[in-house]
Design a protein around this ligand. Structure first.
Ligand code: ADP
Ligand code: MG
Length: 250
């Protein structure tokens, strides 16, 4: 078994004013290469916190997470930025593109930290944009793109360095159903055809349908595999019956 993520007793506590919030409690999680995991749970259940800890965008209060066998917390500054840039692609709900850069320039940005020549950087960025179906939008600025197209640029940026792992935090949260479905199909292709390991946070049982495995967080506690809370079970059954009613199977 080729574990790409191994979290042990991972906890994160936030202190806000005099109040302590245990955002994540003793999470044990092992994710193998090639997995496509949907992480579900109500708002405030610690989903983003878990993704941020895996990406070393935040530090655990206790416990540890190894990514590709390495504890990224052992790195700092530029070394951490390089490591993250090479191994993890992060996709945000609100796209987080740089408004004054074109699609091509946005996608080329993470390649600036690599040893590639300027010409190679542009070639790689073009290839990534082609893969997401945006070869005809290279020189458009984010404001000239639809939300779905902006998210596809963000995905191209996330895969530009050919990382092993893609983390997506509610990637369809700001999109209409049609654009959202295109994004989910694209993520599924990255998993099945390009072998990327994916963790996707989502509220939407229809989105989770695209994943291979679903895990649930509840008040910072990761439920065991198959441990689907009652109310969520109802929600996903409803989504399934809606999908079969419209005949739009993912
Ligand atoms: P989710 O993504 O599932 O909605 P989060 O991981 O964002 O949940 O948050 C989990 C809990 O931690 C929430 O109660 C939230 O208010 C709290 N929290 C998250 N980030 C911070 C922070 N930077 N400072 C204080 N509290 C935070
Ligand atoms: Mg969140």
């Amino acid at each position: 078994m080729d574990a790409i993520i191994q979290a042990q007793k991972l906890s994160r506590e936030y202190v806000r004013d005099a109040e302590r919030v245990l955002a994540l409690r003793d999470v044990d999680l092992e994710i193998c290469r090639g997995e496509f995991l949907a992480l579900m749970g109500p708002s405030g259940s610690g989903k983003s916190t878990l993704l941020h800890l895996i990406a070393a965008m935040d530090r655990p209060t206790s416990g540890q997470v190894l990514v590709l066998g390495k504890d990224p917390q052992s790195l700092a500054g530029r070394a951490l930025a390089r490591w993250r840039n090479l191994h993890i692609g992060f996709v945000f709900q609100s796209f987080n593109l740089i408004p004054i850069l074109t699609a091509l320039e946005n996608v080329a940005l993470p390649l600036k930290l690599t040893a590639l020549s300027a010409k190679q950087q542009m070639e790689h960025a073009r290839t990534a944009l082609k893969l997401v179906g945006l070869s005809d939008r290279l020189h458009h600025f984010p404001r000239q793109l639809s939300g779905g197209q902006e998210q596809r640029v963000a995905i191209a940026r996330a895969i530009a360095t050919d990382p092993d792992l893609i983390l997506a935090d509610e990637p369809t949260g700001n999109l209409d159903a049609g654009s959202g479905a295109q994004i989910l199909e694209l993520l599924a292709v990255l998993n099945t055809e390009y072998g990327k390991t994916l963790i996707m946070v989502t509220h939407d049982p229809r989105a989770a349908h695209f994943a291979k495995t679903i895990r649930y967080l509840d008040k910072g506690v990761l439920r065991p595999p198959g441990g689907e809370p009652g109310d969520w079970a109802g929600a996903s059954r409803t989504a399934e019956s809606q999908l079969s009613a419209t005949g739009s199977e993912p």
